[in-house]
Design a protein. Structure first.
Lengths: 418, 418
């Protein structure tokens, strides 16, 4: 993409009421625009990152047999009354709109809708297990939304629901999902701790959260540095300073970021909504269910909280908006022509490139923008580099620059960049 | 995709309150699930079609220099008060939710939000023109939503906004968009008529609609069969039976489907929200704007209204959920093995395939499902076809079947299917 065409620019200003570091950096770099507290629009660079995170999640969900659907934002009142959640638990935090003489809710989660859909198709044990997911905008009435993308009133969510003939089959799948979530988060360069959590109105059994250790998190967890034990403060029986019950190391406290959660749902929703199947012995049984959330927008915020320095963002390779930030330093015809040729050659190799072809910016401004935007590789082309038939390459997370011959660029890209 | 794994099935039942043909067929074939009047979830097959339509639109918008963003569903009340639309015009049909002591709206359109975003970045005539679009779920308070995907309370929408330094530049772009919309609709196998429409509270100047001639449309237009003239009933000065003022042919009446609309916005939003730029002479001027809507979900509904027969849907090639419906007729080990090998070989050629590998369905049931689902090519593999090292191919829109040698399949696919 030509940076001269991109409608966004970097800015030093952020909204006065914006306190969170992730939103401040994302606004300054032109990734998001704040519409109101906890409500952000995604601008071209931000949407590219969000889509990359969504695609990583999609790939992993599909590789486990997940089938993608797109359910509705609107939630019928009657359906939520059947599970007794319209005015209780999560239903209390649900936005509601008037429609004719009734009301509709805006989905903060989709157990009711997905159970009713699957109920139409599951009759026998032969139809189980089934795994259904969606990636969708969700809504929750947060009274104070002040953590940027970490806790929005309107946010992006992947929710997967699983349907099983037995608790045993559900448990087997629960373990597979835990591994898959760790894999997704590793691809986004985040390391998460699996933490026992409170039920939050979803279920009576123990759900788990994926917590990323970070200074700006909204949650407090107590965890053992060996990774053997961790609990959310809400349910913790042990505190910081206590010994880990497994490895005996001292527990540490952290204000952490919840990026995902997984809930055993048992048969609550299948019983409430009449989702039964016939088992091998011809007996009617309620379907055993699980629910698995993961927040792409929250992951985006968490990545910025973890991967930044005083100059800006440092995007991990797999979710960066572009692989290479190509910067043309001078605007004399020779440099401009060579830069444009190089840009087109890079595109032909399948490399994604943001090309800073702007004529009205100084080298200093261009470098500062590149640092703020945070693309993993900066590639500078100038009179000086062209004298040596080279470009200057620098990783965003390193100080060192190196000259690479243009004719050797392809193998360099294959080895390090792609 | 293996049909045995797909969680949906075809069904003969449709909800009692469902009157529209498009929704009935899409529900019976397992493409969508009705949650309430005018509110449908997309199941795996339906989501594949919706994504293909969205991608055609995205390609065409990007080819014209459109930059994709994703704005918020939530609309701040203060912002809509500035344009005097909160309780008037389209604002009257806006769903609204309480938040703290105020209210937020659910976006039926995004002039306010997009103008405020672009205002931050446009300062000079050098920053113009700019084209920004999104593909997003939108909401509108339809009192009676009874036309399936043609008029939803929750629906999918592409909205593009253009920003210009002059009316003249805007007009140039308006013509480009008209061509592009026709191209998008042709790729979806729809032929639309460009019709003069009423302002609908957006603007004072003349907007246009893209109307598809269909028996089940919600709009009435009067048009000349030569394509020289057409007007929506709302604004029509001429009626069916009158002569076309240009070619003198007799005007025809039709209950048509509006799939897109384009609006000259003038400087209403830029003036109301203070979006000014400095022109070449250093003078401050309000930005001239245009708005261009196109409904992917509405296109999906319109395609079903137009392309179906008594047995089911006939998807146009570019938006079909799969290119080939491979049907394994017998379940003896030889046919099963050959079918699976063929399925894998097809996937390797890049062909998308729904593979009916179900053991519990009769040939008659499989053929009926294939006709209802409507994939363009049906490929049958059976003992009989294998005796001739062949598969039987049939186009969904033709009666004729033909045997094609398996070793000649690749060139057949390249020529006709892909």
């Amino acid at each position: 993409m030509l940076q001269s065409q991109l409608f966004t620019e970097t800015t030093k200003e952020t909204p006065r009421d914006e306190k969170s570091l992730n939103a401040k950096l994302l606004i300054r770099a032109g990734f998001v625009h704040k519409e109101m507290a906890g409500v952000y629009s995604y601008l071209p660079l931000g949407l590219r990152v969000l889509r990359k995170i969504q695609n990583i999640i999609r790939e992993e969900m599909e590789s486990m047999g997940g089938q993608e659907i797109l359910m509705t934002v609107f939630q019928p009142r009657d359906l939520w009354l059947k599970t007794d959640r319209w005015s209780k638990g999560i239903g209390k935090d649900m936005f509601k709109c008037k429609l004719n003489r009734s009301e509709v809710g805006l989905g903060p989660t989709h157990e009711e809708i997905v159970t009713r859909i699957l109920k139409s198709y599951i009759r026998s044990w032969r139809d189980l297990p089934k795994f259904v997911f969606q990636i969708q905008t969700k809504f929750r009435k947060e009274l104070r939304a002040k953590s940027g993308l970490l806790r929005g009133r309107e946010f992006d969510m992947k929710d997967l629901y699983s349907f099983h003939e037995s608790e045993k089959d559900f448990e087997r799948y629960y373990e597979i999902i835990i591994k898959s979530y760790h894999k997704i988060l590793e691809r986004c360069d985040l390391r998460a701790i699996l933490t026992e959590a409170s039920g939050k109105g979803f279920t009576a059994s123990t759900p788990h959260e994926f917590q990323v250790i970070a200074p700006a998190g909204e949650d407090t967890i107590f965890y053992c540095p060996g990774g053997d034990f961790s609990q959310n403060k809400e349910v913790a029986k042990l505190k910081a300073g206590d010994k880990c019950p497994i490895c005996k190391r001292i527990l540490i406290e952290n204000k952490s970021i919840e990026v995902g959660n997984i809930f055993p749902l048992g048969t609550k929703y299948s019983k409430d909504l009449g989702a039964y199947f016939t088992d091998k012995d011809g007996k009617k049984k309620p379907i055993v269910m699980g629910c698995y959330g993961l927040g792409p927008s929250r992951i985006m915020g968490a990545v910025v909280e973890i991967h930044h320095d005083s100059k800006g963002i440092l995007w991990p390779k797999e979710i960066a908006p572009f692989q290479v930030h190509l910067i043309q330093l001078q605007k004399n015809p020779k440099v401009k022509k060579k830069s444009k040729n190089l840009y087109n050659a890079l595109l032909k190799t399948g490399t994604t490139v943001l090309f800073d072809d702007r004529d009205d910016k100084s080298p200093g401004e261009k470098f500062a923008d590149a640092d703020l935007i945070g693309i993993p590789w900066r590639m500078v082309i100038s009179e000086r580099t062209l004298e040596k038939d080279s470009v200057e390459l620098k990783r965003r997370d390193r100080e060192k620059t190196e000259l690479v011959k243009i004719r050797e660029l392809l193998s360099f890209l294959e080895k390090y960049v792609q």
